[in-house]
Design a protein around this ligand. Structure first.
Ligand code: GLU
Length: 490
């Protein structure tokens, strides 16, 4: 018999945004499903009516869509299955693995406080499990509210975790837990097990903060006569200080990174390395490579460290990897937002813009970097970076002389082509007595053209600026330099 098709799920509670930890869990489930020809399902755990919002549900969809983690089948809403959850709780009562508990919250709180005062840990003392059948029937007939509690059997509960190997819990440490509240709504562990059975989930992969729930869930599977799935508990994500990742560490919502100019492919690649290693020092991967390499053997036990610098680096790698023609769609909105150009303007000069991206992206880590560097190719007057001025325009009069000569040479070029520019500017350097140190012309010229000390190659910059804009920039620089020198020319 062939192995059943793997069915995995991502089961977020829609009580906030899509957190990077949740996205990482979703990704690993998705990778496993894609790698092994399985299905990746999405279940919105909206049983906490007070805290669940439509807005967060939307944020989860949008985050997963942005990352390219498409789910199979219709979205499952946990809250739509209350009937089945109640029926499962009833089955537990009927088969004797659960009992009605009439203790009120106030009584339980009081007993807990008493236990704590004695320095003992509180565990439900099963007093309602000792009520006679008649007494239970009488209380039910009287309309007394009750919860349904699962009776923990003797022994130990263990499983072979795909990440942690064997995990074992002595059952005596687990209290008879509630599966259904007095209002008939299910508690997390029951709802999850009931849904995972109904969805025919074969592998439950989730954060290891759920490890202590797993023995309870295993007992519920057994009590409901269902086959157990395999479990894999993924390591937590920590900040650089080794503490659990939180807002203190900066952005933790997937959408924040989207707005910070991170590419989805880079985000996915970065998330994939939070708790998984493909081995052989491989880090930069396309989606197809990640699927190819994914294996639970590479899942790690120790907490993963979220390093924003590494994410930026990863983004730079992906920017280089993706053809500029494909990057256009991601970068245009940022260009518009920065007020540099409209989408229509960029579309009209698409070829030019793609060539510009080719030049800029290799020096950029984020989309915002590209936009910042793109400024000089769009704006009229530019600002001069003070460090660049201090370094490359120290001798103002001398610089003005060089720039004025370069302007003449460039204005006279028969064709606006890099080879011609290079030849003419190198010849100029020779004439000015710089020998083969043509940088003495190129460097001040770079500041005049871009305002910056670093840029793509000077001929590429000239080419992409176009002749008239390049000459106008040099004129502006000359005006600036001569005004500052106090010389007769100003
Ligand atoms: N809704 C749970 C959470 O967001 C996930 C439950 C599970 O994966 O079993 O932590």
């Amino acid at each position: 018999m062939s192995a059943p098709i793997p069915r995995l799920r991502f089961a977020p509670s829609p009580t906030g945004y899509l957190h990077v930890g949740g996205a990482r869990t979703a990704l690993f489930n998705w990778l496993y499903a894609r790698k092994f020809g399985g299905q990746f399902l999405l279940r919105i755990e909206d049983t906490d009516r007070a805290r669940s919002t439509e807005e967060s549900t939307r944020a989860i969809f949008e985050g997963l869509e942005w990352l390219g983690l498409a789910w199979d089948e219709d979205v499952v809403y946990q809250g739509a299955s209350f009937e089945r959850h109640r029926a499962d709780a009833q089955r537990l009562l009927d088969n004797g693995t659960a009992y009605r508990c009439f203790c009120t919250q106030a009584e339980l709180a009081e007993r807990r406080a008493e236990a704590e005062a004695r320095n003992e840990s509180f565990k439900y003392d099963r007093r309602c499990d000792r009520l006679s059948t008649d007494e239970v029937a009488r209380r039910v007939a009287d309309g007394m509210p009750f919860t349904i509690r699962f009776r923990i059997p003797e022994g130990t509960t263990s499983w072979i975790d795909l990440v942690h190997d064997e995990i074992e819990f002595p059952n005596k440490d687990i209290e008879d837990f509630i599966v259904l509240r007095t209002d008939g709504t299910p508690i997390y562990n029951l709802a999850v097990v009931s849904d995972d059975i109904a969805m025919r989930i074969t592998l439950v992969m989730r954060g290891d903060d759920h490890i202590s729930n797993t023995p309870k869930q295993i007992m519920l599977y057994r009590a409901l006569g269902a086959e157990l799935p395999t479990f894999a508990h993924l390591p937590m994500i920590h900040g650089l200080d080794g503490k659990k990742l939180s807002k203190r560490h900066g952005a933790t919502a997937v959408s924040d990174y989207q707005h910070l100019g991170i590419l989805p492919s880079a985000m996915v690649n970065f998330l994939a390395l939070l708790g998984w290693s493909p081995g052989n020092d491989i880090e930069v991967m396309t989606q197809a490579q990640m699927i190819e390499l994914f294996d639970t053997a590479g899942l790690q036990k120790k907490a993963a460290i979220f390093d924003p610098k590494k994410l930026e680096w990863m983004n730079g790698q992906h920017m280089s990897l993706i053809p500029s023609d494909e990057l256009v769609a991601r970068i245009v909105p940022a260009m518009e937002a920065a007020g540099l150009a409209t989408a229509a303007e960029l579309e009209a000069r698409r070829e030019w813009f793609v060539a510009l991206l080719d030049l800029l992206k290799v020096r950029a880590r984020t989309i915002d970097d590209v936009v910042r560097q793109a400024g000089p190719y769009f704006r009229g007057p530019i600002d001069y970076d003070p460090d660049a001025v201090a370094k490359q325009w120290k001798d103002r009069a001398g610089t003005a002389e060089i720039l004025a000569a370069a302007r003449d040479v460039l204005a006279q070029l028969a064709s606006w082509e890099p080879a011609a520019m290079e030849q003419a500017l190198r010849a100029l350097a020779e004439r000015m007595g710089f020998g083969d140190k043509a940088g003495r012309v190129f460097q001040p010229l770079r500041v005049a053209l871009t305002g910056l000390a670093a840029s793509p190659g000077i001929f590429d910059v000239l080419l992409l600026l176009g002749r008239s804009r390049a000459l106008a920039r040099i004129d502006d620089a000359l005006g600036y330099l001569r005004a500052g020198t106090g010389s007769a020319a100003s």
